[in-house]
Write a new protein. Structure first.
Length: 118
């Protein structure tokens, strides 16, 4: 009886398998996510867990929306170097630090963890 050699798998075969596994992963996540969220909400309620205890920082709601400040003629706005927890951006230059940066530093955090291009 002749023995078969090892199955030759091509890169295309592997990519197809990866795509199929990704689809399976996405389907499992979609099917289980709602149940897991409900379980988490129940436990949070049962134990009285706060957003702060989970590491979330809630910002105070703003009362009005201000139009963006325009830059003086001939000057360009510096490219953002840091992105905050609520997608706020800061160039990290001279001047007053934004409130979200101050809050992170006062809490003992490291602003370098918020670098946009690591």
């Amino acid at each position: 009886m002749a023995t078969k050699g090892p199955k030759v798998t091509t890169l295309a075969d592997i990519k197809a398998q990866m795509a199929e596994l990704q689809k399976q992963h996405d389907a499992i996540v979609a099917n289980e996510k709602e149940t897991i969220i409900a379980e988490m909400k129940e436990k949070i309620s049962d134990y009285g867990i706060t957003a702060n205890e989970l590491g979330f920082q809630l910002s105070a709601p703003t009362t009005s929306v201000k139009p963006p400040k325009s830059t003086p003629a001939g000057k360009t706005k510096a490219e953002a170097k840091y992105r905050g927890p609520n997608n706020e951006e800061w160039a990290g230059g001279i001047g007053a630090r934004p409130k979200w940066v101050k809050a992170i530093l006062e809490a003992g955090g490291n602003i370098e963890d918020y670098l946009i291009n690591k």
